[in-house]
Design a protein around this ligand. Structure first.
Ligand SMILES: Cc1cc2nc3c(=O)[nH]c(=O)nc-3n(C[C@H](O)[C@H](O)[C@H](O)COP(=O)(O)OP(=O)(O)OC[C@H]3O[C@@H](n4cnc5c(N)ncnc54)[C@H](O)[C@@H]3O)c2cc1C
Length: 346
């Protein structure tokens, strides 16, 4: 385990905000995981598990505890009757995994190309894009359970997946350290109808190759056109979640003229539509640019403080609610210090 002290969270997260973390513990072998939690417990420090920091935001005061990062690498294959189970260590960069699978002609994760982050984080918010989500192919994950201090396997069904959710970020938040994940992938390709933007890009460019490599190329091109590369422009991807509706809610929204999309995961409205219509597209708010090509994305152009982000968020959320009556929900998680215990007070 590598132990680092006083590392700026802004250097570990793609939105590039956040003061120093007291410790950053980098795990290189599974046996080190209990040591990392014991280390934090010895000093009575809180812990936060971080990956690439593409969906996590730091606060100005930093973190008085230990950030723990999975730095374990490796991909192994187990043949199954109809395909391959890939077991991937959580420290692998996610897009390298997609590239690996696509090169082998395996379908199941090609539409998840170019999502920044480490593999260990992928099941946490059930990453999804262009009609696929990791829940579609995930068989199981290996974890360290901080409640029982044991290593465990959790199956797909244990994980309670839904849109941007699993037990790992809801009922069992912060309980499990993801060591590795196992995906079941098969030779073949995605079946049409494809996600609207994939259909459009393919027809505009006269593309007929929908093999995993072909879809990866299309998705990569669409994303390069409308999403910032976090290495060049600080952002945490979609800052707001899309709005999911029940059927009666969808009927009301459609009657109001809002663009409701009926996908395989239910009725939804792209929150970016409201942000754009509310007049925020390309606006600079407290140092954050509302991405003109995908208004769900906030780009940190010059903000140095979490307070700036809070102010930009408040402006957008309040105006969208005032005009359209929907509260936008934030997607990225935040690294927050627990309240200080004051004897006799709390
Ligand atoms: C430009 C851009 C585009 C994006 N596009 C998409 C998209 O299309 N679809 C999508 O779903 N997301 C998207 N995201 C969000 C982000 O890429 C994903 O959420 C990704 O999975 C985050 O990985 P990470 O390693 O950076 O996670 P982090 O931000 O480091 O962590 C995210 C959460 O996972 C937890 N976590 C991390 N590693 C582990 C582990 N080993 N064990 C247990 N918990 C862990 C953290 O505690 C935290 O709660 C985008 C982000 C950016 C910046």
């Amino acid at each position: 385990m590598r132990v680092n002290e006083n590392i700026l969270i802004s250097s570990l997260t793609t939105m590039r905000l956040g003061g120093p973390a007291r410790y950053v513990l980098e795990i290189e072998r599974p046996e080190e995981i209990p040591d990392a939690y014991d280390f934090a417990a010895t000093y009575n420090m809180p812990t936060f598990v971080l990956g690439y920091g593409a969906n996590t935001i730091g606060h100005d005061e930093g973190f008085s505890g230990a950030i723990i990062i999975n730095r374990m690498h490796g991909i192994s294959e187990t043949p199954t009757p109809d395909g391959i189970n890939l077991t991937i260590m959580g420290g692998e960069y996610w897009d390298n995994v997609v590239e690996y699978a696509c090169k082998k002609g395996l379908t199941g994760i090609e539409a998840l190309s170019k999502i920044p982050g480490l593999t260990g984080a992928a099941p946490v918010q059930n990453i999804g894009a262009y009609g696929q989500e990791i829940a579609d192919t995930l068989e199981s994950i290996e974890v360290y359970d901080t409640a029982s201090h044991t290593f465990k396997t959790l199956s797909h069904d244990d994980l309670g997946f839904s849109y941007r959710k699993s037990i790992l970020n809801t009922t069992e938040k912060n309980r499990y350290f993801v060591i590795s994940i196992t995906l079941h992938l098969t030779p073949g390709q995605m079946e049409p109808p494809f996600y609207r933007s994939i259909e459009k890009y393919a027809s505009d460019h006269n593309i007929k190759d929908f093999s995993p490599q072909g879809i990866r190329a299309i998705v990569s091109a669409i994303r390069a056109d409308k999403l910032p590369d976090p290495l060049e422009k600080a952002s945490s991807g979609s800052f707001f979640k899309n709005i999911y509706l029940t059927e009666p809610e969808a009927e009301i929204a459609e009657a109001k003229g809002y663009p409701v999309y009926h996908g395989k995961d239910g009725y939804k409205i792209n929150s970016g539509w409201f942000i754009e219509k509310a007049g925020f597209s390309d606006k600079l708010l407290h140092g954050f640019r509302v991405n003109p090509k995908a208004a769900l994305v906030l780009i940190n152009e010059s903000a140095k403080s979490y307070q700036d982000l809070a102010a930009a968020r408040e402006e957008i959320v309040n105006k969208v609610y005032d005009i359209y009556g929907y509260w936008l929900e934030q997607e990225p998680v935040e690294i927050i210090n627990p309240p200080v215990k004051i004897p006799g007070v709390n």
